[in-house]
Design a protein around this ligand. Structure first.
Ligand SMILES: *Cc1c(COP(=O)(O)O)cnc(C)c1O
Length: 237
C-alpha cells in the first residue's frame, strides 16, 4: 500500500470512530445525530488530506489561519472540489478580504470592527462566491481566560445586534473554545454556560467541542463540533 493510500484509509477509519462517538453522545443526550455537524479541522496538514477526508464523506472543513486557509481553499476551488469552508481562528480585519470569497461560515466573529470591515468589503463586491451572506457564530470567552479571543458574555447583545443589522452576515449562534483540561468533565460547565447564553439571546447554533471534549459538548447541546486530531492525527507543526 502506498503512503497516500495508507493515509486515506487511516482518515476513513478515524472518521468512522468519530461519527460513532458522536452518535453515542447523542444517544446519551436523547438527541438526533442529524442535529450535529462535523467540521474536520485540517490545519497543519497538507492538501492531500482534504481529498482523503472528502472521499471518506466529510463535507465541512475548518482552518484557523489565513495563510493556510487561503491556499487550501483556492486549491480546492481550482480543482473543482466542493467544500463547505469554516474559518475557525481569530480573523484580523486586514485579512478579511482574503478569506471572504471562500466562506462559508465564520466561527470567530468577535468585534463590531470586524463586522464593519466585512460589510465594507461586501458593499464593494468582495463577497462569498456563493453570493450568500457569511454564516457566523459570535465567539464568546465564557471562562474569561486572559489570553483567549472572544467577547465576554455581557458583550454578546450589542455584537449580535450589529451582526443582525449587517446584510453581510447570517447569525447561526455562539462559539467557544473551552480551556485545556485533563478531564473533559471539567469543561462541561463552560459548554452549559454557552448554551444558556445562546438561549437567552434566542440563538440555536452552538459551535463547541474539539478532539478532547466533543462528546461532552454534544451532551450539552453542541450543534457543530470542530474536530482535528481525532480525524487527521497529531498536528504536523
Ligand atoms: C485547532 C482547532 C480545533 C480542533 O482542535 P483538535 O484538538 O485538533 O480537535 C477546533 N477549534 C479551533 C478554534 C481550533 O483552532
Amino acid at each position: 500500500m502506498t503512503a497516500t493510500a495508507a493515509r486515506t484509509e487511516a482518515i476513513a477509519t478515524n472518521l468512522e470512530a468519530v461519527r460513532t462517538a458522536i452518535a453515542e453522545a447523542c444517544e446519551r443526550a436523547g438527541r438526533d445525530p442529524a442535529g450535529v455537524t462535523l467540521v474536520g479541522v485540517t490545519k497543519t496538514h497538507p492538501f492531500e488530506v482534504i481529498e482523503a477526508a472528502l472521499g471518506a464523506g466529510l463535507t465541512d472543513l475548518g482552518e484557523n489561519r489565513v495563510q493556510e486557509f487561503v491556499p487550501k481553499a483556492t486549491a480546492a476551488a481550482e480543482a473543482n472540489i466542493e467544500v463547505n469552508w469554516h474559518f475557525i481562528g481569530h480573523l484580523q480585519r486586514n485579512k478579511a478580504r482574503q478569506v471572504l470569497p471562500h466562506l462559508g461560515t465564520l466561527h470567530s466573529l468577535d468585534s463590531e470592527a470586524l463586522i464593519a470591515e466585512v460589510e465594507k468589503r461586501w458593499t464593494s463586491g468582495i463577497r462569498p462566491t456563493s453570493g450568500d451572506p457569511v454564516r457566523c457564530y459570535l465567539e464568546v470567552n465564557v471562562a474569561g481566560e486572559a489570553q483567549k479571543h472572544g467577547v465576554p458574555p455581557e458583550a454578546i447583545g450589542p455584537l449580535l445586534e450589529a451582526a443582525r443589522r449587517s446584510e453581510a452576515f447570517e447569525v447561526d449562534g455562539l462559539m467557544t473554545v473551552a480551556p485545556r483540561v485533563d478531564d473533559p468533565e471539567q469543561v462541561r460547565p463552560v459548554f452549559r454556560q454557552l448554551r444558556e447564553l445562546a438561549e437567552r439571546h434566542g440563538l440555536e447554533g452552538l459551535s463547541m467541542g474539539m478532539t478532547d471534549d466533543y462528546p461532552v459538548a454534544i451532551e450539552e447541546g453542541a450543534t457543530i463540533v470542530r474536530v482535528g486530531r481525532a480525524i487527521f492525527g497529531d498536528r504536523l507543526s
